[in-house]
Design a protein around this ligand. Structure first.
Ligand code: ADP
Ligand code: MG
Length: 353
């Protein structure tokens, strides 16, 4: 990854809020504008859609507007296809896999096999902290602003035996996936957005786009430059002060993905309960506040951010230091005395909490 000067900051870092995980919509907003103040004018084309339950925004810089708009349309269509495979509709690949748990393998799209294989790799790396089979626990938790109910340990304990990434069987030759246990379920919410971002980068690149910022609900991939001589810049959100960032990372070609306890959560008796679940306890992971991961691959960064969040700062950072091409910022601790760990490859990064 190449770090240069900075211009933009990310939406998760600022104001973006997620919709319901299953929300699907098309709210095309097209903005074309010229950026002055640089040595020469620079055309920026920006479009957003509600996809994957979040606001997906693509910004293309320095391109003829018609070409940029066409490339962005193609990109959103590709993301819609991914959403159909990985979403919660009854006939999605994921729903079919879940419905056939313990019964028979299911033939799925190649991209679903790829995502599940990356999930399993991340489960291995994080020693099960990342585990897409956490899904049956979702019946007990509602982080969408609904009931705000905290399930009992007994309720959670009854579900835990259904979890286990080792019981996911994948055959890439026939593109088949089988959940070996009856009652097992998977949920790709911790990784599919990352894959969508990688697909977006690929489609834009193949359409001849040289400079773009892909921002799907605050998870980012940037390539090229924002304007000649000045790079894209991604902000790391202050996890406790809405609308504020703690620093900016210039990105030339790569992903910056954050998992935070502030994304979807509720308070009960003064305690925060949030959407990143420790698969070993069935309760929200306690050790981190936010984890930002940088990688050349957004899918890798997405899964790792969730897994490292569960592992916590110590184990999480030692994993990051072992992984080539992966960097991270991990925030933990109470607001008045936070601990911020920065990986060795980001030395020199200035953060203000
Ligand atoms: P966001 O999707 O809000 O950007 P994350 O990337 O951190 O946030 O993913 C959180 C989502 O991951 C949850 O909403 C849930 O669908 C899924 N998830 C929660 N806990 C785990 C876990 N331990 N392993 C894998 N996926 C998880
Ligand atoms: Mg994630």
């Amino acid at each position: 990854m190449n770090y240069q000067k900075c211009v933009l900051y990310n939406r998760k870092a600022a104001t973006c809020r997620r919709g319901s995980a299953a929300a699907i919509g098309t709210v095309p907003i097209v903005i074309i504008f010229l950026v002055f103040g640089c040595a020469r004018r620079n055309v920026i084309v920006k479009e957003s859609r509600l996809l994957l339950g979040t606001i997906c925004e693509i910004t293309v810089s320095g391109e003829e507007p018609a070409k940029a708009k066409e490339a962005i349309q193609k990109t959103f269509s590709a993301v819609e296809r991914l959403q159909r495979s990985c979403g919660y509709d009854r006939d999605s690949d994921v729903s079919r896999i879940n419905a056939s748990a313990g019964i028979h393998p299911v033939k799925v799209d190649t991209v679903v096999v790829e995502i599940i294989q990356e999930s399993l790799k991340t489960s291995r790396l994080t020693d099960g902290a990342f585990d897409v089979t956490f899904a049956p626990l979702k019946k007990l938790w509602d982080f969408s602003g609904g009931s705000g109910r905290v399930p009992s340990k007994k309720e959670v304990g009854k579900i835990l035996p259904l979890l286990g990434w080792r019981n996911i069987k994948v055959t890439s030759v026939g593109n088949e996936v089988f959940l070996a246990g009856k009652g097992m379920e998977i949920d790709l919410g911790g990784i599919a957005k990352g894959k969508a971002i990688d697909i977006a980068a690929e489609v834009l690149g193949s359409a001849g786009i040289k400079n773009a910022l892909i921002d799907f609900g605050g998870d980012i991939y940037a390539f090229g430059e924002r304007s000649p001589g000045s790079s894209w810049q991604v902000g790391i959100r202050h996890p406790r002060r809405k609308g504020e960032i703690i620093g900016r990372i210039p990105i030339k070609n790569g992903a910056v993905v954050t998992s935070g306890d502030y994304e979807r959560s509720f308070f009960k008796d003064g305690k925060r309960y949030h959407h990143i679940i420790d698969p070993r306890t069935g309760f929200p992971a306690q050790k981190s506040v936010s984890v930002t991961v940088l990688s050349g691959c957004a899918m890798t960064a997405d899964a790792l951010a969730t897994g490292i969040f569960v592992m916590g700062p110590d184990e999480g950072m030692s994993l990051v230091e072992k992984l080539p091409g992966v960097e991270a910022v991990i925030i933990s601790g109470p607001e008045d005395s936070p601990e911020i760990k920065i990986s060795s490859g980001l030395k020199g990064l200035k953060l203000e909490y």
